[in-house]
Design a protein around this ligand. Sequence first.
Ligand SMILES: *[C@@H]1O[C@H](CO)[C@@H](O)[C@H](O)[C@H]1NC(C)=O
Ligand SMILES: *[C@@H]1O[C@H](CO)[C@@H](O)[C@H](O)[C@H]1NC(C)=O
Ligand SMILES: [Ca+2]
Ligand SMILES: [Ca+2]
Length: 210
Amino acid sequence: MMERLLLVLPALLACVSGALIPEPEVQIKVMEKPFICRRKTKNGDMLLVHFEGFLESNGTRFHSTYADNNNQPVWFTLGIREAIKGWDKGLKDMCAGEKRKLIVPPALAYGKEGKGKIPPESTLVFDIHLIEIRNGPRSHESFQEMDLNDDWKLSKEEVKAYLKVEFEKHGSSVNETHHEVLVESIFEKEDEDSDGFISAREFTYVHDEL
Ligand SMILES: *[C@@H]1O[C@H](CO)[C@@H](O)[C@H](O)[C@H]1NC(C)=O
Ligand SMILES: *[C@@H]1O[C@H](CO)[C@@H](O)[C@H](O)[C@H]1NC(C)=O
Ligand SMILES: [Ca+2]
Ligand SMILES: [Ca+2]
């Protein structure tokens, strides 16, 4: 009986304190919104962003993609804790071309430890310009794009055709042998029931790497 109680106690406490202590929030200010918004960001999307990050305490800039990254924006996948929690919370429902200012409390940034130029318990301010949104590799849209004959499963030919286009998009030359090997290794991992196709379920299922 006591053991059981000990097991549920933490859950109960979490409920109670959750009700009393408000979750830390990201403050979002929309600075600029484009006229046309074809789609808004959602978890799993890949976002190309320019950004500058400042310490709220004294305004020191700790990073800028303009100044510190040769003016190159960076890719970031939304909703998978790739950067700080504050970004996952603060960059949803955003349009390409939109500019936002995020004010991120330490609990959603680098917390008690801090990181590099960022001291412990720092509130951070980000100016973020979203340049482009792309479907993440596991999105529904990516699957439909790859499934050329709409039978809700991906054949090796379909995966190969997709890789070819992706490689060409990024300016890499296409090496047939290399692609065969790549496709085989993808199927080894993703085709769980080994029927020679990647089903929609097998595709969407997120493996440990995320
Ligand atoms: C701002 O604060 C950081 C961290 O405490 C410190 O390293 C930096 O020297 C400060 N800059 C100015 C201009 O006061
Ligand atoms: C293609 O890739 C394979 C293995 O990755 C490599 O051995 C071969 O030399 C490559 N061929 C060309 C033409 O680049
Ligand atoms: Ca298919
Ligand atoms: Ca399968």
